[in-house]
Design a protein around this ligand. Structure first.
Ligand SMILES: C[S@@+](CC[C@H](N)C(=O)[O-])C[C@H]1O[C@@H](n2cnc3c(N)ncnc32)[C@H](O)[C@@H]1O
Length: 255
């Protein structure tokens, strides 16, 4: 059975995947030929947004839906700016757990931790002893839900989970999120995605800009707002189109 973490690792050109993940990855690539570009752009959005948060003074990160380690993990990005930065990683895939050693080696002055838990049980995450050991919830936290909300298909459930997590964080915290969208897709791609979803061959639910925007209700949206991840504070004028990427990204601040 394909796993999102390993399939994503396959698209990113990593080495941690099995035949089922490659088959599923290739099936998606047939319907969406730019899926590898999208995966790289999503990862680059994570890098730019974590750097933005660190430059805005955030020193603690709760990264849920961590994925398998890649060269630039959240703690490496944040600790480059301040070595005392602390990161708690959370993922529900046991295979990410087996790689967690690579995620829990941070700077000597900072701190990283790892919890195997499901985003669908936010209370379990918030009450995890590891969370309290790594994060101080009296100080602002950057909550990262990057390329993970689309595995929660029900909007009401997903919005409730985001609200629960944000309610546990003090004002001045941030939400960073990204989600697959079909707003730029052709009618053929929309039909193909519907078919994959109905047959259980994809597990990602696309959201339009209003549906994605609902996660940021009550937050101050950081400029440029809700855009394709490649258009969020880009570092280069040469970048893929929103249609090639088809993932929305945004950053919001709690008040
Ligand atoms: C596409 S990867 C994204 C990795 C990383 N956030 C990024 O954007 O580069 C999605 C990750 O979310 C994890 N995931 C999926 N559903 C989850 C859930 N309900 N709870 C926790 N993690 C989940 C998968 O195991 C996978 O590691």
């Amino acid at each position: 059975m394909a796993h999102p973490a390993r399939r994503y690792n396959y698209w990113l050109g990593g080495k941690d995947h099995f035949a089922a993940d490659r088959e599923s990855g290739d099936l998606h690539a047939k319907a969406f030929p730019t899926v590898r570009i999208a995966a790289r752009e999503n990862r680059d959005f994570l890098r730019r947004s974590v750097r933005f948060l660190a430059e805005s003074g955030i020193r603690q990160f709760l990264d849920i839906g961590t994925g398998l380690p890649v060269p630039d993990n959240t703690h490496e990005i944040a600790q480059r700016i301040d070595p005392t930065s602390r990161v708690l990683y959370v993922d529900n895939d046991p295979i990410v757990m087996t790689h967690s050693r690579a995620l829990t080696i941070g700077s000597p002055t900072g701190r990283t931790g790892y919890v195997e838990a499901d985003l669908r049980s936010p209370e379990v995450i918030l009450e995890a002893p590891e969370l309290r050991a790594v994060l101080n919830l009296q100080e602002p936290v950057g909550l990262l839900l990057v390329a993970v909300l689309h595995f929660l298909h029900d909007d009401t459930q997903a919005q409730g989970i985001v609200r629960t997590l944000l309610a546990a964080l003090p004002p001045g915290s941030y939400l960073v999120a990204s989600n697959l969208t079909l707003d730029y897709a052709s009618p053929e791609q929309v039909a193909k995605h519907k078919e994959l979803l109905a047959s259980g061959r994809t597990d990602a639910r696309a959201r339009n800009s209003a549906e994605f925007g609902s996660f940021f209700t009550d937050l101050e949206l950081v400029s440029p707002g809700i855009v394709a991840v490649s258009d969020w504070r880009p570092e280069s004028d040469e970048r893929p189109t929103a249609a090639d990427v088809s993932i929305y990204g945004a950053v919001g601040r709690t008040t």
